[in-house]
Ligand binder design. Structure first.
Ligand code: HEC
Length: 121
């Protein structure tokens, strides 16, 4: 092996290792996202309100609850109006929220909360 090859190897190794590392962290992320435990309880005040507040900063916690409650379907959470209102806002759907040890998308969080009765909890 000549000098040039040896230098190339030394330079390429970290690149390959970094690639492997990024790939494995993506796998972990996908895995964490799929695992939504059935007993995960969503809290309106702790989990949902801070998310809404990020954009609707002028709404009080009560006003936000009233607006949200008026726009969720507890029987069929996927057809909640709050989801269609924001469907053109990419960051609404792509925001991930951590509840306990679970990472869940904002729409999934809202649907889960609606299925749990849309409580002011
Ligand atoms: C990423 C920013 C963003 C987040 C997060 C967000 N909204 Fe909105 N929301 C908007 C924007 C922008 C509009 C304006 C759409 C329009 O009226 O043209 C809107 C409109 C609305 C409307 C209809 C207009 C009105 O005043 O009644 C409701 C209801 C609403 N949002 C509730 C919520 C609730 C509840 C949450 C939390 C679950 C939330 N939003 C989170 C950006 C956001």
């Amino acid at each position: 092996m000549n000098r040039k090859e040896r230098i190339l190897r030394v330079l390429l190794l970290p690149v390959i290792l970094a690639g492997l590392f990024i790939q494995s962290s993506c796998e972990k992320y996908a895995w964490a996202k799929e695992e939504i435990p059935e007993d995960l309880v969503v809290s309106y005040s702790q989990d949902i309100f801070p998310f809404c507040q990020g954009c609707h900063g002028s709404w009080s916690i009560e006003k936000t609850y009233d607006k949200l409650y008026a726009n969720v379907d507890t029987v069929n959470p996927a057809s909640s109006r709050v989801l269609s209102i924001h469907s053109s806002i990419t960051s609404f759907g792509s925001t991930m929220i951590q509840i306990d040890t679970v990472l869940i998308s904002a729409p999934d969080m809202i649907m889960l909360w609606a299925s749990q009765g849309a409580l002011n909890n």
